[in-house]
Design a protein around this ligand. Sequence first.
Ligand SMILES: NC(=O)c1ccc[n+]([C@@H]2O[C@H](COP(=O)([O-])OP(=O)(O)OC[C@H]3O[C@@H](n4cnc5c(N)ncnc54)[C@H](O)[C@@H]3O)[C@@H](O)[C@H]2O)c1
Ligand SMILES: O=C[C@H](O)CS(=O)(=O)O
Length: 494
Amino acid sequence: MFADSNLALRQQALVNGVWVSSTKNTTASATESAVDDSWHEVVNPATQAVIGRVPQLTEAQMEDCISAAEAAFYQWREVPAKQRCATLARWHAAIVADRERLARILTLEQGKPLAEALGEIDYAASYIQWYAQPAVLERSAVLPYGDTPTSMLVVSEPIGVCAAITPWNFPAAMITRKVAPALAAGCSMIVKPAPDTPFTALALAELALEAGIPAGVLNVVTGEAEVIGGTLTRSAKVRKLSFTGSTGVGRYLAAACAPTLKRLSLELGGNAPFIVCEDADVDAAVQGALDSKFRNAGQTCVCANAFYVHDSVYEAFADKLVARVKKLQLGRGDEAEVNIGPLINEAALTKVEQLVADAVAQGATVRCGGARWAEQAQWFVPTVLTEATQDMRCVKEEIFGPVAPLVRYSDEAGLLASLRQQEAGLAAYFYSQQLGRIQRLSRQLEVGMVGVNTGLISDAAVPFGGVKASGMGREGGQQGIEEYLETKYIKLSQ
Ligand SMILES: NC(=O)c1ccc[n+]([C@@H]2O[C@H](COP(=O)([O-])OP(=O)(O)OC[C@H]3O[C@@H](n4cnc5c(N)ncnc54)[C@H](O)[C@@H]3O)[C@@H](O)[C@H]2O)c1
Ligand SMILES: O=C[C@H](O)CS(=O)(=O)O
């Protein structure tokens, strides 16, 4: 069942290798024009046009999915690791071959410029490529402390049935960043993508089937968050939840997983400080600010949130940044030369408007932007606010929009002390050319990831994740596979 023949959007969920619709209201024909509550409509954030619909699976269908994933796990874990990795390599190749179509699906449902969508598809594929290397699974050890040189073994084993719940802002990378290590480890996976962006996940799953990933090993379910999430968190068969999304939902899901003591990976909200020190290369810092702040129209967890600019370079940085921001092109993601796409929905736009209004009410100056685009209300014009302070909501809260508040500072120690009060701890950035300051700030910033003289830090080879309210666990790199493994000690005696 395809909604858009050009893109071959898959309008069904994938359960145990079968494309399924909802069993809700089975009396209502799935071909009826009126959309009943067994379907969820997906809209293009740029045009608000309906681009397709996905089924609202029932609790019973979710229970069936969990049972199928459990059966598939016990078979998949017995497949030799090299074969599992070879299957992932085929999936990677299939995605690379289909990257243009995948990017167009991503832009259609999420809104980001096609160039960024192509970049995300490549980034998403790189996680599969990374975990298709059998070497990432080298974890076992033989301890020399037993009765014989080989009587004490420490081995790593797959956790079992895993669940992933993912956000709308990176609808490809947030899927493969979880599925690739899980499947490499020998686990099976049930993915619930965000309701705004299900089609990218379903397209990736289609390619996974074609690459030979067995039925039930990868499942992509769609439906009401509480129904899907409730069955996944309540089930003792599900041994692991990997969640990427807001801190509030992360806390809720962590509590829901407590009764069954699931392993958790939580990639949550951010509030990345971007510090321009007195010895910064200001031009480089401006470029880093553009790279970090305006990617995906600011709807990125590791976006620079507020800028802390030393007094001595404040005007120079602000003037140069405003000049560059004014040149950013707004438009639909499928239009050429566009840098800034629409925000994901009306709620996101309203929140950004409120944050800007709060800042202005407290004395901030709007140097550019500051409002929705006059031509298309789904866009927020890239904005630079000067004379921002740490009392403003846009500094204290995650903006998740194209707004750059600039805060002055002169006392580095005082700034670091104030940043330590932030509840988020995902990423931080700073520009400096003094080794001592670079070492000091890199160590004293309480975050999971630090960008020094760069605004772009993400890579499949590194452990991506945060501390404090930004979550726990890491995705990518050697550490990323640990999230899907359990350690077992075996003592052998004759
Ligand atoms: N740390 C990271 O790597 C990372 C990456 C991307 C996004 N994020 C964060 O995610 C947030 C934006 O994404 P979002 O708006 O999709 O977040 P969100 O928390 O609203 O939703 C994330 C996912 O959780 C699901 N969900 C919501 N309530 C649920 C419930 N009660 N039970 C089960 N599932 C539920 C949603 O349907 C979606 O699939 C931002 O805070 C951003 O910082 C973090
Ligand atoms: O929004 C969160 C993503 O993890 C950002 S990135 O693509 O990994 O940099």
